[in-house]
Write a protein that binds this ligand. Sequence first.
Ligand code: YH5
Length: 282
Amino acid sequence: MHLHTPGTNLSLDRPVVMGILNVTPDSFADGGHFLDPGAAIARARTMIGEGAAIIDIGGESTRPGAVPVTAEDEMRRVVPVIEALAGTVEAVISVDTTKPEVMAAAIAAGADMINDVNALRAPGALDVVAAADVAVCLMHMQGEPRTMQQDPCYADVVAEVSAFLAERARHCVDAGISRSRIVVDPGFGFGKTLAHNLQMMRHLDRFSSLGLALLVGLSRKSMIGAVLDRPVRDRLAGSLALAVLAVARGARILRVHDVGPTVDALRMIAAVDAVEPSDAEG
Ligand code: YH5
């Protein structure tokens, strides 16, 4: 399986890592409104050196309870970083946004992929992506970031999320986006209780069987905090356990903060997959 982007055809025969690059003021030590693109660019290069195949640049916080930002602010944050990286690095440049104006500006600046936690449901978003040659990640979210964790409710979370992703992918294909450009993601933590997240993890193979590239974002998330009772800084072991399990159940792209350790985990899996058969196996 390959992911088609303007820059490359990214092989997903082996799972790959997408490194998270936050360019929101709260992610910078000074907490100021003037972001130094230099620091973000350096962080991106470090993650690429550690083996990230994709860099996911986000200027809009989608955490539960986060305050909305304007399209102008978001563009001011992400465009300089995209311009600095596009064409100068091997990695695929992805932009985490739900706004069509930001998508258009990101594509013009050289982005290869749009990662939309709203699955292109904003008016105009589908058209912006269809008019370009970029890849797109369609993620499931119940409700909206501000309120989505108040009372998540499903009769069958795996069936409902899977049907949603199939329907959004169908819309994309109908708009002229080829299946080789489409990634799907069940959206861990986006309008889901701990039990919903664990059920999705247990039955992750149901999402891979949609036949589209499967991305998962599990890194440092609350489901790990809830099970292990660990603060965000102590969730690496939990994140790696879920990453390995996700790959075993068909995930092809892992969206993570800790690129180096995740790449090591994938290299270990690859070594086991590549060993020559034992005599008994024939
Ligand atoms: C995702 O899953 N997530 S932003 C809460 C945390 C840790 C991390 C401390 N964008 C996803 O990363 N895009 C985000 O607990 C995403 N899939 C895709 N495709 C939230 C995030 C996070 C939230």
